[in-house]
Structures are given as C-alpha cells and as structure tokens.
Design a protein around this ligand. Structure first.
Ligand code: C2E
Ligand code: MG
Ligand code: MG
Length: 746
C-alpha cells in the first residue's frame, strides 16, 4: 500500500496478485508529476469486494487473472461491484482478446503487461477519467430529459432547421407508436404525418411563430402514428434565432390529447370518429343523414342521396397480405374517397370495408351516379401499400331520399341493399335502390358521355324550319334547329339533349358550333341562290348558359365576318326565362347584341311568368308565342283570348309577333285575322335539311292553299312558290281579306 493522501489525490483500487507487476504500477504512479494517487492494493477479488463495500474509488486498475477469478468474469464481477467507477484492465499478452471484450463491456481502457511505461499508464488513467466524466454528464442530461418528459408525459422534439433534421425523445417515439431508435428525419417528413385537414392550420401557426408574430408555437392537430392510426396531439415549440431574428432551431413538446379530449368536451369526437381513418363513424354518419333528411324536407329543398361503398374482395386482400396491409389499404381508400368527394359530400366509415358518402342538395339523381363513377375511377388506380401494389375496386349502392324513408337508418338500409345487389352482378358495379331511378340516372350518365363524343365525331347537324309571312305564306326566314344523329340511338331530339348539354356546360361548345354552322349555311344559300333570298333571315337558338358566356358576342361577330353575312339577317332566339333570370345582366348583353345589328327574338313566350310590359325594358324585337297556346286556339277560348292579348300588346309596345306551332289552316286564318304577321309550324313545313326542301314543302302547301282561296296573280309570287302540284287540300277557313303584300321582314 502506498501513496500520499491529499485533497486532490486520486483514489485508486488496485487488484494484482503478481508482485513484479504490482511494483511496476506503483513505481509508475509515483513518477507522476501533476497527479498524486492514493492506492489501495488487493490480491484477490474477495478482498477487493470488501474494500469496495467501504468507499468507492475514483478508478479501478485490475488484473484479469487473480487467485479467485480468471478472465472476463473477473472484470464483470468488478464492474458489478462498482458500476460507475472507471476501470482499466491489465492483461497478459495472451489475454488480449478478453481485454478487448472488457472494453466492449464498459472498461475504459486496457494495458498489456510488460508493454507500457509510466507515461503510458498515466495517460491511460487521464483519458479514462475524462471519458468517464463526459459519459456521466451525458447520462445525467439524458436522465433529466427523461425525468422531464416522464414528469410532463410529453414527447420532446428538437428540429435543427439548418440541417433540416428532427431529433425526438423516446417518449415521443412511444406516443407515436414508433420503434425505439426510429429516426424522424426532416421537418417535412414529420409534417407529412399531420392529418391532411390539419396541415394548413399547423403551417399557418408555424409560419406565424417563425415570422415572430407569436411568442411560441402551439397547435392542436391529428398526427399519424406508426400503426396507421391518428391521434390528437398538442404541439408546442419555441424557435431559437440568430442575431437577425432568423430561426435556425426549434425545440418543443408533443402532448397526447387523447385523455384530455375524451375527458372534456371533445369526447364526442372520439365517439363519433373512426380510430383508424379519422373519418366519421356510423353514429356520426347517421346523425348527418338525419340532418340532411330534415333539410331536404323543407319547402323547395333538394333531396339528398346516400352512397354505400363496399370494397370488392377486401377479405382476400386481408387474408393474403395480412391485416397490416389491409389496414393501410383502408387508410389509403379513405383518403381516395375523400379526394373523390372533394367537399361535395361527406364520407364516413361504417366499419370493416364499408364506407358511406352523403350527398346533399342534388338537382338530379345522375349527380349521385356521377359521384359514384368518380369514386370508382379514383379507387381503381393502383395502391402502393408498403411494398405491395394492390388493385382494388368498390361496389356502390345508391339511394335517393324518398317519402318512405322515415329515418336515416332507412336510407342506409336501402343503400346497403342496393350495394348488395350491385355486388351480385360482379365487381365495380353501381346500383340504385329504386330500379327506375337507376335506369334514369345511368341513362343520363351514358347520354352525357356520348354527347361529349358526339361533338368530336361530328354527329350534330342542323335542320331549318321556315318562318313565313302569314298574309301570303311567303318565306321570310328560317329557324335553325339542332339534331343529333347518334350511331347508337339514332336521331335524337334536342328536347332530349339540349337541357343536358346546358347543365353540363357542353352547350358552350355546341352552341358555338351551331352559330357558326347556321351563319355559314346562310352564306352558302346566298352563294347558291343569289339575290333571290337576300332578305332571308336565320334564327338561331341561344341557351341561357350561352347568354352568360362573355365569349358569345365575339363568337357572333367573328362568324359573321368569316362568312361575310350581314348582322341584320341573324336573329338570336332566347327563352323568356333565360332573359328574365338576371334582368340587369341580360339587358346589357342584349343591348350589345342589338348594337351589333343582330335581331333578338323572345322564344316560347307565354310559358314563363313575365309580363309583356316587363319585357319592354329589354331590347327585344319580336316575341314568339309558344305553340302550347297556338295549338288549340280553335277550341280553347281562353288560349285564343291569350293569344289575341299577346299580339295586341306586343304591337302596342312596337314589337312583332311570330306564332309558333301552326298546324292547321284554321289556325293560320285566325292568327292572320288578328294581324299576327308571322308564323311557323308543321302546317307550312317541318324543319328541313336544305333550302330546296323548304321550298318544295312550302310550294306544295302554301301555293295550294292560296290557290284554293282566291285566284292569284301568279306574277306576284316568287317563281318557286308557284310551282304548285295538283294535290287537293283539306277545308280552309275563308280569309276575311287577303292582302297580297310584299314579303315583310320580321
Ligand atoms: P324552339 O326554339 O321553340 O323550336 C321550335 C320547336 O317546335 C322545334 O322543335 C320545332 O320542330 C317544333 N315545331 C315547330 N312547328 C311545330 C308544329 O307545328 N307542331 C309541333 N308539335 N312542333 C313544332 P325541336 O326542333 O324539337 O326543338 C325543340 C327545342 O329545342 C327548341 O324549341 C329549342 O328550345 C331547342 N333547340 C333546338 N335547336 C336548338 C339549338 O340549336 N340551340 C339551342 N340552344 N336550343 C335548341
Ligand atoms: Mg326557337
Ligand atoms: Mg319556341
């Protein structure tokens, strides 16, 4: 035993049974200049144990081979006795391997006997002490972080913004259900775990703090855990800034709000949401449907629809790829569903692989069919789940609110049943709970798709119906009417596709085509027939949607220019409702059209609610009396009175009148009798593909009719009108007077 005890002397326990080795060490230690040592020497492990029980030394220097223990065991035993004391191992040359194992097990250093001098020993001791001190400091700080995070139960994070690296505490990983030691990576990666709906508010608050608008950063949000579930957390942090105020690092905490939320007011959130996907659960879904039904049953409200979405063959995926993949797929499906619905409706998970979409305020059942179609398309894109590419489809059952639906459960049940029927037909099917609706909605869906193709495939064409001067039955203009020659449906009436084109917006493209074709036709006729039809006008129907399109006027003027047609030969026909929908706006647009020199007809007059006096405010030249009034003027006194009133009022306001739908000579006579100047109808001619066909139709009909009524000066009629054939005519009502006037323009 040797050494001087001083305040700064390092207390060393020395285990060594070999005398020579012992002396070598003791001499080396004595040679030390800066550091003094107080050495307690023992020759056996047992003796060392006794000494260690008394006072802990600052260092242990030990031989691996002593009388009562050999090898690594010796080291491990000593370590056990004094876990916090730095140990330097001495070993013989042949024990080299064991000594390095001791290092792995926490020894600070090892020295090979006979191969070190005093300096080397002292250096080894110095380093051993330094290393041991820094490990202790680290352990202490780890401990305090650990204690702090246990104390607050929070996860701790530290975001180095320059290197964009986030380091987190063990508790953070636990809360996130991530494996211990898992890396979080960049700030972006961390934020990508935040629930999509919460990302914008989180970013906003983060930015506010980084821009020094707030003292700290706090945000409550959902975050995706390692097991695929979302949890509500509160993130809090404070930025460290450089001299310019620029944040370079941010540290903070993450608090699990599950307990808080379930305790407090937000208990309903958990009760109402699906833990895996964060979507509304069945309870909330039923609540929402209930609310939607109540809304839909208010006066003038639109109905709601429920889509029951079920994943095809989900069980196969779950069974073959496992529940982890199954869960991940459900999560991805939920995200796709949300994306497909995009705020048009709300999505819920009913359980398992069943989802529900609620759609409110639907104007037509095809809206539900459209949405179902969009969902099916989104879902049929492949999913990348972990290392698997998974293909999935869904079957959808739809029910639209009916009187028989007394409760939300009724709607859900009907949608479920429809989905069941859809499944029976195969995968990726759609079924409506009411088969009538189904047919109608699907039909509309198909019609829409075909309509889009029709324009590209040039399946539309125009026919022209003559508008005649009633006094003499002379041709004064034509109305262009669109037709669709569908390869699958045959000839389709505009009544069946124009409203749909209008709703979908296709009318804008179609309308532009119609404008151009009609004006082009007039130019072709001019070229073909010369000045004979130089006064012939072309009426073109314009839908409300077109009227609201700022492109309409430029389109008209460019078509007129392109085809070299004078504006006064064109009339735009708009319906009463279109013109009245937004009077102020209409007035402006109609004034601009008038200013071009193009005439304006008010179509289907009498079917809306407007009064003629009201129309006075619009720059309208002519009203067309709807054929529903004209059709029975011979038999229905009320309609006849109505027609008379319209004609006289229109004239009083300085507007012309065209009577639509004249089907008999008697109607012609009556209308002519009250001074209605122009008419149109099957009596004169059905819409025809060419001017030659119109001429033929009129020649037959009008010439015969007139010839029957009075001997005409043949020379007063255009040549084509006198090419009468010898068909006999039915009855004609005697005209009160026949005025062989020159053809007047409408
Ligand atoms: P509208 O503008 O009132 O056109 C008159 C409709 O009445 C035409 O039907 C015509 O064939 C029909 N009609 C004419 N005379 C008689 C008759 O004596 N008896 C009967 N029963 N019907 C007669 P169409 O061609 O089926 O067009 C229906 C509606 O579709 C049009 O009513 C118009 O609102 C719309 N439409 C037609 N073509 C176009 C178009 O190019 N653009 C737009 N936006 N709408 C069009
Ligand atoms: Mg019309
Ligand atoms: Mg009409």
């Amino acid at each position: 035993m040797d050494g001087t005890v001083s305040k700064t002397a390092l207390h060393v326990m020395f285990l060594e049974d070999n005398e020579a080795d012992r002396d070598h060490v003791l001499q080396s230690l004595r040679a030390s200049v800066g550091q003094s040592f107080f050495v307690e020497h023992t020759e056996t492990l047992a003796a060392l144990r006794v000494k260690l029980a008394g006072r802990k030394p600052g260092l242990i220097l030990m031989d691996l081979c002593v009388p009562d223990s050999v090898g690594l065991t010796t080291y491990l035993r000593v370590r056990e006795m004094a876990p916090d004391v730095p140990i330097i191992v001495q070993s013989g040359l042949e024990e080299d391997g064991i000594a390095s194992m001791a290092l792995h097990n926490g020894a600070q250093d090892y020295l090979v006997k006979g191969q070190y001098d005093a300096d080397q020993l002292l250096r080894a001791i110095r380093y051993a002490l330094e290393r041991s001190r820094s490990t202790a400091a680290l352990r202490a700080s780890e401990l305090s972080l650990h204690v702090a995070s246990i104390g607050s139960n929070d996860g701790i994070w530290d975001w180095d913004m320059d290197g964009d690296q986030v380091v987190v505490s063990t508790r953070w990983l636990q809360m996130m259900r991530l494996a211990a030691g898992e890396r979080v990576g960049s700030g972006g990666l961390w934020r990508s775990r935040v629930h999509p709906e919460d990302r914008a508010p989180l970013q906003e608050r983060l930015n506010a703090h980084l821009l020094q608008q707030t003292e700290d950063f706090t945000c409550e949000h959902r975050i995706l855990r390692g097991d695929g579930s979302y949890v509500w957390v509160r993130s809090r942090g404070v930025a460290m800034r450089d001299a310019t105020g620029q944040a370079f690092r941010m540290g903070g905490s993450l608090t699990d709000l599950t307990a808080e939320r379930s305790r407090a007011a937000d208990i309903s959130y958990l009760a109402m949401h699906d833990a895996l996907t964060g979507l509304a659960n069945r309870s909330l879904c039923l609540e929402r449907i209930e609310h939607a039904i109540a809304r839909a049953r208010r006066p003038r409200a639109l109905p709601c629809a429920v889509l029951f979405v079920d994943v095809d063959r989900f069980k196969v995926i779950n069974d073959s790829l496992g529940h982890m993949v199954g869960d991940a797929l459900l999560l991805a499906l939920a995200a796709r569903l949300r994306a497909a619905v995009q705020g048009r409706g709300s999505v819920a998970r009913l359980g398992g692989d069943e989802f529900c979409v609620l759609l409110e305020d639907i104007a037509h059942q095809s809206e539900a069919a459209h949405l179902a179609d969009a969902i099916q398309q989104q879902i049929s894109e492949p999913f990348l789940v972990g290392s698997h590419t998974v293909y999935s489809t869904v079957s959808i059952g739809v029910t639209i609110l009916e009187r028989s639906h007394k409760s939300p459960a009724d709607m859900l049940r009907d949608a479920d049943m429809a989905m069941y029927r859809a499944k029976q037909q195969g995968t990726r099917r759609l079924q409506f709970s009411d088969s009538g609706l189904h047919v109608a909605a699907l039909e509309r869906l198909y019609l829409e798709t075909e309509l889009h193709d029709a324009l590209r495939h040039d399946e539309f064409f125009l026919v022209y119906q003559p508008i005649v001067s009633l006094r003499m039955g002379q041709l004064s203009g034509v109305e262009a009417l669109v037709r669709w020659q569908s390869p699958t449906r045959g000839l389709v009436s505009p009544l069946d596709f124009v409203p749909l084109a209008e709703e979908t917006g296709l009318i804008l493209k179609l309308g532009r085509w119609i404008l151009d074709r009609a004006i082009g036709t007039l130019a072709e006729w001019d070229a073909q027939y010369g000045p004979h039809f130089a006064a012939l006008t072309m009426s073109i129907n314009v839908s409300p949607r077109q009227l609201a399109d700022p492109e309409l006027i430029p389109q008209i003027s460019s078509a007129l220019r392109r085809h070299g047609v004078a504006p006064h030969r064109i009339r735009l026909e708009l319906t009463e409702s279109a013109a009245m929908e937004n009077l102020a706006e209409s007035r402006e647009i109609l004034a601009a059209i008038s200013a071009l020199g193009v005439g304006i007809y008010l179509d289907d007059f009498g079917t809306g609610f407007s009064s003629l006096a009201y129309l006075q405010r619009l720059p309208i030249d002519t009203v067309k009396i709807d054929r529903s009034f004209v059709g029975d003027i011979e038999t229905d006194a009320a309609n006849w009175a109505m027609v008379q009133a319209i004609v006289s009022m229109a004239h009083a306001l300085g507007k012309s009148v065209v009577a639509e739908g004249i089907e008999t000579a008697a109607q012609w006579e009556l209308l002519k009798g009250i001074g209605c100047r122009h008419g149109q109808g099957y009596f004169f001619s059905k819409p025809q593909p060419t001017l030659a066909a119109i001429r033929d139709a009129l020649a037959g009909r009008v010439a015969r009719e007139l010839a029957h009524q009075l001997p005409l000066a043949r020379s007063s009629l255009p040549a084509w009108l006198t090419e009468s054939n010898d068909l006999t005519l039915k009855h004609p009502a005697r005209p009160t007077h026949v005025d062989v006037a020159v053809q007047s323009q409408v």
